[in-house]
Design a protein around this ligand. Structure first.
Ligand SMILES: [Zn+2]
Length: 268
């Protein structure tokens, strides 16, 4: 099945404060009910593979195979090739069924998939944390959403995923300017396109300012996005935080696109 391209042409810049960031509260409740009722009458194919949904879990909307795919192992590598000091953690490979499920959630009104997709993100968050139980919870900073995307969807996917994973996102980042369309750009061009496109708010004192660092006594700060392709968006987010004295421990994403060719269907 061909993976459709993500929307990559924002028309305006939005600050986190200007955007409602949660799913409309009724949707996660209503959607599974609707799916269950409709599933009894006319089974809706699994959006990951078009097979019939798992009859044991009809509310999930997924077939048993795609449910297993979402339970795969978390992986890690340096955000930049050969540079392990800033790690990138991800739960899924952004291709095949996982890519179709994420695109269905983001672009095709399948908000009922949010909970199923939040589970692998939660695993990546747990895997990235040091084992010491005395450490404070991590500070999870989502990549800022864009106004055009919010108008189209009615929610911010990354924030919704974090909340469904039981996390509290910290909205420290916003867009300083509107970057151009990333589609068709090389890795170097994408990085240039996003250069200084974000800004970070001054860190509230209650989060441990003046600086959040790798100090073992402080919470670690992680930038979070749904999909990583080249890492340009994540690196720009880390740079913007650094400009406010916040040293991010690394980045967490739900899915990472394999680095092969320039046709990866993602925005960053
Ligand atoms: Zn499936």
């Amino acid at each position: 099945m061909t993976i459709p391209l993500l929307h990559t042409s924002p028309t305006s810049v939005a600050s986190p404060a200007a955007l409602p960031t949660e799913l409309p509260t009724a949707l996660p409740t209503v959607f599974p009910l609707v799916a269950r009722v409709l599933g009894c009458l006319l089974p809706i194919p699994c959006p990951g593979c078009a097979r019939p949904p798992d009859p044991r879990r009809p509310a999930s909307g997924l077939c048993s195979t795609c449910r297993r795919v979402l339970s795969g192992q978390v992986a890690r590598r340096g955000l930049l090739p050969g540079q392990e000091s800033v790690p990138l953690w991800w739960a899924l490979a952004y291709r095949d069924a996982p890519a179709r499920l994420i695109l269905s959630f983001k672009n095709h009104d399948r908000v009922d998939l949010c909970r199923a997709l939040a589970d692998p993100l939660a695993r990546a968050i747990r895997a990235a944390q040091p084992r010491e139980s005395a450490l404070p919870p991590p500070i999870l900073v989502p990549v800022p959403g864009r106004a055009a995307g919010f108008r189209r969807r009615g929610y911010h996917p990354v924030v919704s995923l974090l909340r469904a994973a039981g996390q509290r996102p910290r909205h420290l980042l916003s867009w300083a300017r509107e970057p151009g369309d990333q589609l068709g750009l090389s890795i170097a061009e994408r990085a240039h396109n996003l250069r200084h496109a974000m800004r970070a708010r001054p860190v509230p004192a209650r989060l441990g300012s003046p600086s959040l660092t790798h100090d073992a006594n402080l919470a670690s700060v992680w930038v979070v996005d749904d999909v990583c392709t080249t890492g340009a968006t994540l690196r720009e987010a880390i740079r913007a935080l650094s400009a406010q004295g916040v040293v991010a421990a690394g980045a967490l994403v739900l899915a990472r696109a394999p680095r092969r060719g320039a046709s990866n269907p993602s925005r960053n």
